[in-house]
Write a protein that binds this ligand. Structure first.
Ligand code: 1GP
Length: 236
């Protein structure tokens, strides 16, 4: 079970790393090389998703991934059309930072009949978008305003609300390709004051930045753009 592994890793202070693959940006003909790089990287998970992806490409991508790697594949969907039964689990996201009912409950309700036809492990995740310099795709697509990057108290309050609601994970997100990653002091404040594991992603572009996020309490770091731009990111 993906969630149990994340909780066990947190308990043992073992840090986790996910590589995010956006099916829209993957060239399936060069997937073999890509997966080889992933298999030789410190990645513990593969996340698949994006803001604007079509489901049929997702199925194909995951099937090919599953042939070539044993890493768990976790869906990180932008909307219910991106659900694939080929994955192991799904982050069932609620956009806690926004006030758009579509991303608070509408998409989740619509996802249920699709999920009922799958065996996906559903992991309730409070998703919190943090201001990161310029507008990101999540902000544009969800039509919500990210939380102020200088107000760690309010971000913590939001994460704690997610924990009380029953979220199993909190995802602090700066947005893919963000100019600025989630502030370290914010990660620290949230991690010290909630019990559930924390995922951090968006704008993390160096191994040092990954280690810094881990050192202040991130349990799982997500790398998308840095690996997309350079498949040797973890070798260099
Ligand atoms: C986006 O957190 C992920 O949802 C990854 O962001 O592409 O900036 O690494 P990057």
């Amino acid at each position: 079970m993906v969630y149990q592994q994340i909780v066990a890793a947190k308990k043992n202070n073992q840090k986790l790393l996910a590589i995010l693959l956006d099916p829209d940006k993957i060239d399936l003909s060069s997937l073999a090389t890509l997966v080889e790089k992933i298999n030789h990287s410190p990645a513990t998970h593969i996340f698949v998703g994006g803001s604007l992806v079509e489901a049929n490409i997702i199925d194909e991508l995951i099937l090919l991934l599953k042939e070539k790697t044993h890493l768990p594949v976790v869906l990180f969907p932008g909307n219910p059309s991106q659900i694939s039964d080929k994955a192991d689990a799904i982050l069932f996201l609620t956009l806690l930072s926004g006030r758009n009912p579509d991303y608070l409950i509408e998409h989740q309700v619509n996802a249920v009949p699709i999920l009922k036809k799958t065996h996906l492990e559903v992991i309730s995740t409070g998703y919190i978008l943090i201001e990161s310099g310029k507008q990101t795709a999540v902000e544009r697509v969800s039509q919500t305003t990210p939380l102020n990057r200088d107000d760690a108290d309010y971000v913590l309050q939001t994460a704690q609300a997610g924990e009380y609601i029953g979220n199993k994970l909190i995802y602090l997100e700066a947005g893919s390709g963000a100019q600025q990653a989630v502030p370290l002091a914010m990660i620290q404040k949230v991690s010290q004051n909630i019990q559930i594991p924390i995922i951090v992603g968006g704008g993390i572009r160096s191994k040092q930045a990954i280690d810094e996020a881990f050192s202040v309490g991130a349990d799982l770091v997500v790398i998308g753009t840095a690996f997309e731009n350079d498949i040797n990111f973890f070798n260099s």
